[in-house]
Every structure is written in C-alpha cells, then in structure tokens.
Design a protein around this ligand. Structure first.
Ligand code: CP
Ligand code: NVA
Length: 305
C-alpha cells in the first residue's frame, strides 16, 4: 500500500489491519501512552475545499504521532495559480514524507499519487471520501461489536459518501443498501466495482430509489448533505427532488430498533435529517467525528511509518 485513495484498492486484510491499528492507537491515547511512530516526519496537507474535521484531525493526529503537519491552502500555494500537479508532486516529494489532499477532481489525486514518490492520502474528492468511511467502519464496530453481517442503509444523494460506503461495506463484510433519487444516483463505475467487491465478499449491494426498501432492518443508517461542496448553485433544485429522502423519525422506524444513525458531518438539520434523529438517542455522529483522528493516524502510521 503506497497510497490511500480508495477502499476499492485495498484488501479486506489491509482494511482489518488499519482498523485494528486505529483501535490500538485510540486505546493508547486514552491511556496516555505516547506513540511517536512518525517522529521527525512531515505531512503536507493540500486543501482546495473547506474542512473542519479533516483538517483538525489530520493536524492533531500528525502531532500525536510525533510528526509535523503543514497546512497548504490552494489559495496560498502555486497549484492554485496553475502550477501543474506533476511539478507540485515532484517538488513536494523533495521536502515531505507524505501528502494529504482534499480537492474536486478525483483524477487530480490519482495523478498526484502517480507522480509523487511519497504516500498520498485522499482526504475527499467529488468521487470518494475513504478516510471518513474508515472512521465510520471503526465506529460501527465499536457500537455493534462486529461488522460482518450488519446492514448499512444510506439514504440521500449519490455522492462521494455513498460511493465510498459501497466500497467500505463490501470490503468489511456489511450488506449495503443505497437509496437515491433517479437523477442523483451513485457513480456508475463505482457501483460496478462495488458490486464485484460485494460478490467476492459474499455481501449484498442494493441500489434503489425507495428509501423504505433500503431502510428495512438496517443496523446502521447513514445520510449526508444533499448539497456537497462545489454544488451550492444546485441547492434549490436539489432540495425539491430530495424531499422524500429525508431521514426522519418515520423513515428511521423502518430500521432495526437498535439501529445507529451516522452522518459524516457537516449536517443540515431539517434537510437530509431531522433533529429528532441526528440529536436522538441512536445518533453516534460525534463518535464518528472523533474516530477520524484515530483512523487517519492508522493510515499515516501504515503509509509513512
Ligand atoms: N466529514 C468531513 O470530512 O468533515 P470536514 O469537511 O469538516 O472535514
Ligand atoms: N458530500 C460532502 C461530504 C463532506 C464531508 C461534500 O463533499 O461536501
């Protein structure tokens, strides 16, 4: 594993190793045991989109591992003024031990990883958000005591979260059901790949436009914003289409009684989810947010250690 770009690229064993390491690092942190695995190493963090969780958890995580994080806003580096990804990669690899990048086009991250001799971590593209799903799987495991055999239902936009959840579920042994409106389905190539991954792991992948069908008997219920970063101008149009895809108490009732509610955040209460669900007793959103730290430390320690 040189890079961490998509959960489709890693094996189930590699995924389990990352989850085990994340759980161990979390335990050590809580026990006050230092783990300077990346002492003296430096991570460059390129952001062309906003972030709260990703930026803070990567920065803090790198410090806890004994390394040094460098925040590189695209407004401030020459990449934002048109310097090529190739030249950026070739320069940054001379200074850094790893690069984390959040940007729009997934192809840019693939190109960066191809060109740079150092590890590249995908911290969200328009297509995928694998770091989030790694933390989500860790969180579901902590709450359910297992991953294999669980059913995850995602209701909402067929976006980067839905795409990555399909990959993550197939690799980790969860059945997955995705309900989106017809106009906003998941990426077709990701669906094909995820179906192949699911077939290999013996899990099911249901793609539907019916939120109730997806939600039935779910152990984990997931949603995300209807308006992802970069889609702000589509908000009015999307809100009209997504009305029936809100995760509210009525829809949540189709899941198992002990189902947990998850959301990568930031959330828009009253749109994709109602307050009674996201702030209700089954919601584990802040455990998810915390686990970004531990999961990403496992990724960095594995790739850069
Ligand atoms: N979930 C997530 O990636 O949050 P941020 O956009 O705040 O980083
Ligand atoms: N789908 C959202 C996820 C944010 C963490 C977005 O891309 O904006």
């Amino acid at each position: 594993m040189k890079d961490f770009i998509s959960l489709h690229d890693i094996t189930t064993e590699e995924l389990h190793n990352l989850l085990e390491l994340a759980i161990m690092l979390k335990k050590e942190l809580k026990a006050g045991i230092p783990h300077p695995i990346l002492k003296g190493k430096t991570l460059g963090m390129i952001f062309t989109k906003s972030s709260t969780r990703t930026r803070v958890s990567f920065e803090v995580g790198m410090v806890q591992l004994g390394g040094y994080p460098l925040f590189l806003s695209s407004n401030d580096i020459q990449l934002g003024r048109g310097e090529t990804i190739h030249d950026t990669a070739k320069v940054l690899e001379r200074y850094l031990d790893g690069i984390m990048i959040r940007t729009f086009a997934h192809s840019d991250v693939l190109e960066l990883a191809e060109e740079a001799d150092i590890p590249v971590i995908n911290a969200l593209t328009d297509l995928l958000h694998p770091c989030q799903v790694l933390a989500d799987l860790m969180t579901a495991y902590e709450h359910k005591g297992k991953l294999e055999g669980l059913k995850l239902a995602y209701v909402g936009d067929g976006n980067n979260m839905a795409n990555s959840l399909m990959y993550g579920c197939a690799k980790a042994g969860l059945d997955c059901a995705i309900a989106t409106p017809a106009q906003y389905q998941c990426d077709a190539e990701v669906v094909e790949n995820a179906k192949a991954d699911a077939k290999k792991s013996g899990t099911s992948l249901i793609i539907t436009q019916d939120p109730i069908e997806a939600m039935k008997d779910a152990d984990v219920v997931y949603t995300d914003t209807w308006v992802s970063m970069g889609q702000e101008s589509e908000k009015d149009e999307k809100v009209k289409v997504f009305g029936g895809y809100q995760v509210n108490k009525e829809l949540f009732a189709y899941a198992k009684d002990d189902a947990v509610f998850m959301h990568c955040l930031p959330a828009y209460r009253g749109f994709e989810v109602t307050e009674d669900v996201i702030d209700g007793p089954n919601s584990i959103i802040f455990d998810e947010a915390e686990n970004r730290l531990h999961a990403q430390k496992a990724v960095m320690a594995t790739l850069m250690g």
